[in-house]
Ligand binder design. Structure first.
Ligand SMILES: *Cc1c(COP(=O)(O)O)cnc(C)c1O
Length: 253
């Protein structure tokens, strides 16, 4: 498009060459949900109840329901996907030089979580039809230092999990075994995959319930699903800063 034509279009108020941002979409709530939120605020002022406290029954009920919905053994609720991605990568116990494969096109949070744990980000190509990780390119980027494959599910469209899990099995790390597949599903809550839900497969899947995402918990929120009971226990520990890991079960101080 020539410059004059572009100026004409801009003058008419059409979208400019720079995408301004995503629209600031808010959440949508039923009266029942508004009442539940109001009740939680009231409860939190009562010194004899937990209110928003650490692990209240609302959180435990929600975790059980979300895990069941996703088809995962466990769901750990968190305050946002950014935190959840950091927690997931912490559980890899990366050593200097360890590599994690991340899609070169998508939101930056996955790569930042790897950098945050001093890991080496290894970018891979995305499939131009889906913008999801291209498994053939992932396979080319595996080295003896690769620890994990970190797909970012594209806006409800699942990454090719079966192919990625198969590659992870076929190229085990010399000491840690099969590569871990960790999903950033911040924008993919409730997305499907071959008759299952996103969050059922892989080592861990991280969801966001921020106001702008598909399902929201009013402002901030998120969850991590996993089928690995040890990983779940560790995530609960990290969430509570090393304190109680489940309701009533104080494993460490
Ligand atoms: C929004 C988003 C995040 C961060 O989620 P928060 O819950 O806001 O911390 C991470 N990854 C992707 C792909 C996102 O879209």
């Amino acid at each position: 498009m020539d410059k004059r034509r572009r100026r004409e279009i801009l003058a008419k108020g059409r979208p400019g060459p720079y995408w301004p941002a995503e629209p600031m979409l808010g959440g949508w709530y039923t009266e029942e949900e508004i009442e539940a939120a109001t009740k939680s605020i009231r409860d939190s002022m009562d010194p004899t109840t937990v209110g928003f406290g650490f692990i209240c029954s609302e959180i435990l009920d929600f975790e059980a329901a979300f895990a069941e919905y996703c088809g995962a053994a466990e769901a750990i609720s968190i305050n946002g996907a950014g935190t959840g991605l950091d927690m997931a990568i912490m559980c890899l116990d990366l050593e200097p030089g360890d590599e994690v494969i991340v899609p070169a096109i998508n939101f930056r949070a996955a790569a930042q979580a790897v950098i945050g744990q001093r890991g080496q980000v290894v970018w891979c190509e995305v499939d131009p039809r889906t913008f999801n990780m291209d498994p053939a390119d992932v396979e080319k980027r595996i080295t003896p230092r690769t620890r994990a494959i970190f797909p970012v599910h594209m806006n409800g469209l699942s990454a090719p999990m079966d192919e990625l899990l198969e590659i992870a099995e076929r190229h085990p790390h010399p000491r840690h075994g099969p590569l871990k597949v960790i999903g950033d599903a911040a924008r993919a809550g409730a997305g499907g995959y071959k008759g299952t839900k996103i969050g059922a497969k892989g080592w861990m899947t991280v969801f966001s319930f921020h106001t702008m995402k598909l399902m929201t918990t009013l402002g901030e929120g998120g969850a991590i699903t996993t089928n690995d009971p040890e990983a779940a226990l560790r995530l609960r520990g990290i969430r509570q800063l090393g304190g109680r890991t489940t309701d009533g079960a104080q494993t460490t101080k």
